[in-house]
Design a protein around this ligand. Structure first.
Ligand SMILES: *Cc1c(COP(=O)(O)O)cnc(C)c1O
Length: 394
C-alpha cells in the first residue's frame, strides 16, 4: 500500500513560489542587530530592522536584562493571572502609563497579542468595526476573532470612514474606529486629526496602533496621540516594545477600567505566559533612555530627512512615506526580491516585500534608517542602491 502524504499540497505551493521567485529563505543574523550587521557571513549595512533608536544592543538594556535574570531567573513560571505577575511587570506598566499620560497600561507578550487580544475581547458579534484598508495583520485578526461586522474604508480616507459611521448611526451595536498610527509598509501617518473628531461625533471607540510611532513620533517618542496633540481623546492606544524600544512586547494604554477588563478577558493575557523578567527590566531601561536622551530621536529624524531627500534626488519612487520607513517601489514581487538579493550582494540589506504583505503590483524594498546609522553608512547605502537599480533598470 502506498501511503499518500496529506500535506503534499504544501510542497506543491512551495515549489510554485520557488518558480515565481517569491520563495524567501530566512537570512541568518550572526551579530547583534546594529546599523552594520553580519547576515549569512557577510557584513552589510542594515536597513531592514525596526531598531529605530539603536536600543536592541544598548549596554544599559543588556545590563538591566542580565541583572534581572540573575536576580529573578529566566522565566516567570506562569501566565499573569495565575502566578506569573512579577514586580518588574507591574513596574513597567506603571512606567508606561505615566509616560503616555494615561490612567493605566497592560503589557502583552507582543504588539500582535496586544492588538488581537484587545479587539477580540472588547467586541461581540453584534458590534461594528470601521477599519483602514492597510491596518496591520494583528488588527485584522483581532477583528475576525471578535466576530463583529467589519467595515473597511480606503486607506486614510477619513471622509469615507465618516460616511460609514453615519450609515451605522441607527444600527444597534458598539462602533470601533481603528487605525495604525504609522503604517508599517508605506511609512505614512494615519489621519488622526480627522478620525478622532469623527469617533467623538458618532460615539465610537477610538483605537490606535502606534507600533511604528512608539519611540519615533511625539515628545520623547510618546506616539501619534502626542504628535497630534490629542491627549485624553483616544480611548485605546496600543504600542510595541519590540521596535524602537528594542526588546519585545506590546502594551495597551487607556482608562483603568479598560485595562482591568482586559486583564479579565484578553485571551493572550489569560492563556499565555508572561515575559521573562529580563525582558521587562530591559524595557524599563529603554524608557529611561527615551526620557533622558531625546537627541536619539532627533538623530533618527535627521537621518530620515537626509536619506529620503537623497533617494528623491536619485529619482526613486518612495511612495507616501512621512517617517523613517521608506519604501522604494518596484512593482512586481519577483523584481523586489531580486533587487533585495542584488543589494545584499553589494553590501546592503533592505527587505523585499510583496504580496500578501502588500497588494499585488505594489511590491517594494523597504528601508528603515535608524538613529545610529552614520552619514557615511547612508552615503554608501545610496551608492549601492543607485548602482544596482541602474544595472537592473529599475
Ligand atoms: C510590528 C507591528 C505590530 C506587532 O508588534 P510586535 O511587538 O512585533 O508583535 C503591530 N502593529 C503594527 C502596525 C506593526 O507594525
Amino acid at each position: 500500500m502506498t501511503v499518500s502524504n496529506p500535506l503534499s499540497y504544501l510542497s506543491e505551493q512551495l515549489h510554485a513560489w520557488r518558480e515565481a521567485g517569491t520563495f524567501q529563505r530566512l537570512r541568518e543574523l550572526q551579530s547583534p542587530c546594529e546599523p552594520v550587521s553580519v547576515f549569512d557571513g557577510r557584513e552589510v549595512i542594515n536597513l531592514a530592522s525596526n531598531n529605530y533608536l539603536g536600543l536592541a544592543n544598548h549596554p544599559k538594556l543588556v545590563e538591566a536584562a542580565v541583572n534581572a535574570a540573575k536576580k529573578f531567573g529566566v522565566g516567570s513560571g506562569a501566565v499573569r493571572t495565575i502566578s506569573g505577575t512579577m514586580s518588574v511587570h507591574l513596574e513597567l506598566e506603571e512606567r508606561i502609563a505615566a509616560f503616555k499620560n494615561v490612567e493605566a497600561c497592560v503589557v502583552f507578550q507582543s504588539g500582535f497579542a496586544a492588538n488581537a487580544g484587545t479587539v477580540a475581547a472588547i467586541l461581540t458579534p453584534e458590534d461594528h468595526i470601521i477599519s483602514d484598508a492597510l491596518n496591520h495583520a494583528s488588527i485584522i485578526d483581532g477583528c475576525r476573532l471578535s466576530r463583529a461586522k467589519i467595515h473597511v474604508f480606503p486607506h486614510k480616507d477619513a471622509a469615507r470612514a465618516g460616511e460609514i459611521l453615519a450609515e451605522l448611526r441607527s444600527v444597534p451595536g458598539r462602533k470601533l474606529l481603528i487605525t495604525d498610527g504609522v503604517f508599517s509598509m508605506d511609512g505614512d501617518i494615519g489621519p488622526l486629526n480627522e478620525l478622532v473628531p469623527l469617533a467623538e461625533r458618532y460615539g465610537a471607540v477610538m483605537m490606535i496602533d502606534d507600533a511604528h510611532s512608539s519611540g519615533v513620533l511625539g515628545r520623547n517618542g510618546r506616539g501619534t496621540v502626542d504628535h497630534f496633540g490629542l491627549h485624553g481623546r483616544v480611548d485605546i492606544q496600543v504600542g510595541t516594545l519590540s521596535k524602537a524600544v528594542g526588546v519585545l512586547g506590546g502594551y495597551v494604554c487607556g482608562s483603568r477600567d479598560l485595562i482591568e477588563f482586559l486583564c479579565h478577558r484578553a485571551r493572550p493575557f489569560l492563556f499565555s505566559t508572561s515575559h521573562p523578567p529580563a525582558v521587562a527590566a530591559a524595557c524599563l531601561a529603554a524608557f529611561d533612555i527615551l526620557e533622558q536622551e531625546p537627541e536619539r530621536i532627533e538623530r533618527l529624524w535627521e537621518n530620515t530627512r537626509y536619506f529620503k531627500g537623497e533617494l528623491a534626488k536619485l529619482g526613486f519612487n518612495t511612495g507616501e512615506s512621512e517617517t523613517p520607513i521608506t519604501p522604494v517601489m518596484v512593482g512586481q514581487a519577483a523584481t523586489a526580491h531580486r533587487f533585495s538579493r542584488e543589494l545584499f550582494d553589494e553590501g546592503l540589506y533592505a527587505t523585499g516585500i510583496g504580496f500578501p504583505t502588500v497588494l499585488e503590483g505594489k511590491a517594494r524594498i523597504r528601508t528603515i534608517v535608524t538613529a545610529t546609522h552614520t552619514r557615511e553608512m547612508l552615503d554608501r547605502a545610496l551608492d549601492i542602491l543607485q548602482r544596482v537599480a541602474k544595472r537592473m533598470d529599475i
